[in-house]
Design a protein around this ligand. Structure first.
Ligand code: VGL
Ligand code: ZN
Length: 212
């Protein structure tokens, strides 16, 4: 049995990108992505403090293969800040694909944080964009609110959840991944790289049932 983790005052749940485009039928669907929704709804009831994140791109965002004539999705290109995987168009701001999954029910969430809002910089992490220097402001928010432990759940485990976990760890937060409340995409062995990174950094993984 996994060790029980009691949720307390210094804890916040960050729910990553539960949006239509990352669910089956969406343009960048994460296999079985929708299966985490009921789990997250239940999990969120244990947390007084919840943040929801939303991938939120301009229609001509530079992470889209369609913005690079002749390039195919899932190929890597070099952008000024480094290597960038090209994605199918997804989570275009104010479209249905960018909306939260209709069954996500977290009415007490205090903050909806949108990321990837700059046309020329992608953002996997909910803390820093892919240039690794542009902040989203979430570190400041969490510090000012006095949180010390960040629980993460959502999509995709090997991109937005992973980068968010690594940044939270680097910023000095305790980090807990709720593994069964995440699903991955797995591009270029990204799932294996994610597991390796979590174990190198000592980032804890648990299951939803053990949290509460
Ligand atoms: C994501 C790829 C591109 C994610 C967002 O939410 O994991 N992945 N944009
Ligand atoms: Zn995106």
């Amino acid at each position: 049995m996994t060790k029980k983790l009691a949720v307390g005052k210094g804890d916040v749940l960050v729910v990553v990108d539960i949006q239509n485009d990352f669910c089956p039928g969406g343009s960048l669907s994460v296999p079985h992505g929708d299966e985490v929704v009921p789990l997250i709804n239940r999990l969120a009831e244990h947390f007084e403090h919840v943040v929801l994140t939303q991938d939120w791109h301009a229609p001509d965002h530079l992470s889209f293969a369609s913005a690079h004539p002749g390039k195919q999705p899932y190929k890597t290109v070099m952008l000024p800040y480094g290597a960038q995987i090209l994605w199918p168009d997804h989570c275009v701001r104010a479209t249905r694909g960018a909306e939260f999954h209709k069954d996500l029910q977290v009415p007490h969430a205090a903050l909806v944080l949108r990321k990837g809002i700059h046309r020329t910089i992608d953002s996997y992490s909910t803390f820093y964009e892919n240039d690794r220097t542009t902040p989203t402001g979430l570190v400041g928010y969490l510090r000012e609110r006095g949180f010390s432990r960040v629980f993460l759940a959502g999509l995709a485990l090997d991109f937005c959840v992973r980068y968010s976990a690594e940044d939270a760890y680097r910023e000095g937060f305790q980090v807990v991944i709720i593994e069964d409340a995440c699903r991955g995409i797995d591009v270029n062995d990204s799932m294996a790289a994610t597991r390796e990174s979590f174990s190198m950094l000592g980032i804890a993984c648990t299951v939803a049932e053990a949290v509460g």
